[in-house]
Design a protein around this ligand. Sequence first.
Ligand code: CP3
Length: 342
Amino acid sequence: MPDPPLLLAARRRPTPFTPVWLMRQAGRYLPEYRALRARHAFLELAKTPQTAAEVTLQPVERLGVDAAILFADILLIVEPLGVGLEFAKGEGPVIHRPVRSEADVARLAPVDVASAVGFVFETVRLVRRALPPHVPLIGFAGAPFTVASYVVEGGASRDYLATKRLMRETPNAWHRLMTLLADATAAYLNGQIAAGAAVVQLFDSWVGALAPDDYRTFVLPHTRAVIAALTPGTPVIHFGTGTAGLLPLLREAGGDVIGLDWRVDLDAGWRAVGEDVGVQGNLDPVALLSPPATFEPAVRSILRRAAGRPGHIFNLGHGVLESTPVEHVKALVDMVHELSAR
Ligand code: CP3
């Protein structure tokens, strides 16, 4: 059996068609997910290996995507810090005791990953056993900046005021927090790889809020440390949004494949990161709210810009939105396979 297309593409090898998977392919737009959520809280679903494995497999069966992504969350790793993580109804994640000062950082103990998130590794093992052998499993974690932004702000943020103040006013505390998160994240990803994840994605979803010089000083060394500490031989996808002005720096931090959002043309983004890495993306998730005929030109444009070069993984520029019709998602996956067949 040849390697699965997604693994070949992640190594910039030719593939018979462009592999496709979707960020947030497991989630609330799927009726079978909503049915489970009606009975279980999000954290309960994520922490129970049987249900987390079931949710991971749901979109693989329904959509015919070229990879599964583990059902978990980037914030599971911060719960053991004792910051009071909660997924509140309708508001997204809330951290009840945000880390705002040097003293707050000093109180944080290093995370013992095996005991704190062992349930995630068990989910990976269950999924690996249940998946068809030709479908790789993508593991993931949040990159240190994006995770730190939740820990410092106490939840989602628009302007990242507390995060940027902490990094500028007490850089030593900032670097200590980022080092602690980077160490935990590397151990978390290596645990997923050991349990059977064939690829890992690092989500730096909100890093586009930073000036390039701030990224260089306050973020790049820590993201680079995570990627450098990963088990060799496992491809790494490094993703962020709003990164058009940061792409060469993301690439410098590391990754075999760089994720692009829809605010940049795929070919321009690929030039910015360099032709010696792969790219992933980059359809606007909102496009999927409209019927397939309306998003087909955008799909064709992305494939034309990739021009059949080895190293393109098709995806959205960010996650599937909750109000997306499932038939549109299925039509996208089929469309990418048909239009890219070589
Ligand atoms: O299908 C997949 O992509 C796998 C599962 C996955 C989840 N979260 C499940 C989830 C992944 C890869 C994530 C990553 C994640 N979590 C990120 C990075 C990706 C991104 O979207 O930028 C971030 C920033 C988070 C933090 C987070 N978790 C938020 C902001 C929210 C609430 C808002 C939202 O978009 O739903 C969550 C909760 C969450 N994580 C849900 C799911 C399916 C919804 C929970 C529910 O069912 O109510």
